[in-house]
Every structure is written in C-alpha cells, then in structure tokens.
Design a protein around this ligand. Sequence first.
Ligand code: FES
Length: 104
Amino acid sequence: MKNVLRLCAESEVIEGVPVSVEIEGIPPLAVYRVDDEIYVTNRTCTHGDADLTEGFQEGDLIECPFHGGSFSIKTGGVVNLPCSVPLKTYSAQVVDGFVCIEKP
Ligand code: FES
C-alpha cells in the first residue's frame, strides 16, 4: 500500500468496543474487530451527526446511539432504518502491529 495511514495498534481493538480515530484531513474513523478480523468505517452515522463508536456493536453490526439505525461493519450496508445511506468502509491491513488503511 502506498500512502499508508496508521490508525491505531491492533491490540487496542477489542471486539464490541470500536476505536475512534481522528486524523487531520480525512473524516473521523471507527476501527472494529469482528471474529478476529479488523474493519474500518467512517465514524459518523449517515443519518445524523452521531459517533458510531459510542453505539452498540453486536457481531458485525454497529447500531447508532441516536436513533437505533444500524449498518454492517463489513460492508457498510444499511441494516436498519432510519439509516438509508450506506456507511463508507475502508480496506484495512495490519502492518507491524498497527491497523493501516490506504490514504483516502
Ligand atoms: Fe444515526 Fe439517526 S443519527 S440513526
């Protein structure tokens, strides 16, 4: 990967406890562990200004803390209303113990 961004240490990411990452110049991100794989999405719900890392992760679903809409962490697809716009996802890799994505 060129233009790699390091988001956080892989060891910080515990299933059920998404990690919030803020890097200047890109939208805030959420990092999740699901079945021992790491996934990255935008942190802000597409329905409103909610921080999804303050929501509720169950398996590969993240439920928004504001109105209860939910998304697939793996695909960003909408699972429950009132969300209707998919969540942006990023392809994550673990390099030297750090969760990385290609700079968007
Ligand atoms: Fe997320 Fe409304 S802000 S469901």
